[in-house]
Design a protein. Sequence first.
Length: 253
Amino acid sequence: MKTSQAVSATKRKLIHIIGKRFLRLIANVQNQCSIVPTSPFLPNETFSWISVLEDQFPKIQKEFDEVWKDPSKIPAFHQMSPDQARISKEDYWKTYAFFIFGNAVIENCSKCIQTAEVLNKIPNLQNAWFSILAPKYHIPPHRGPTKALIRCHLGLKVPGDVNSCWIRVDNEVRGWSEGQCILFDDTFEHEVQNDTSEYRAVLFIDVERPMNRIGQLINTLVLNMMKATRYVKDPLSNIKKWNKNLSQKHKGL
């Protein structure tokens, strides 16, 4: 007989497969409903808040530098989100979360007040965190789950050898610049390479894709469905546990 853990794992895997197929199935409809470009990379002019975010770069970078003083307090991506275990290995990809599908991580926001203030002004924000990639690490090709979101990276810490640190989205390859944003659609196959001796860090943001009325209804349905799954619930639970453990260790000093 299967144990309850095995049954739960099998059920989760099945839900994941069905969900992924459903999202792939409706992707073409979402493309047709989008009122912004559906290309791999999007122009920064797509959103008016991009220029505001870039203007606030010095404040955000300063708060990132403060957080980065103790990397041991920042979890690896898969420690927060087990679904990322295929692309996040050991301690090579760290994430410091502020928002997970619209849910604020209060402890982290309170430690980076100016960053949180900027994020709170971004319309239809879903996800936001500091994303930190170790030297010589490669995030293998993968695809995001839904066309309902558009991704933004604000460069915070970019290696000097810019040609050896890049992101490929579909057939286009680009690098980062500190204080500048890049926008892309993560449902296209993408990968990241940091073939340098330095860390790379960005402020990682997901916002809802602007749609016509039908597309907006589809987006709302998709995002609500995702929020009801372990894909979203596990990271929220794990972040709370992580921060609680850090707090207890601090009190024990």
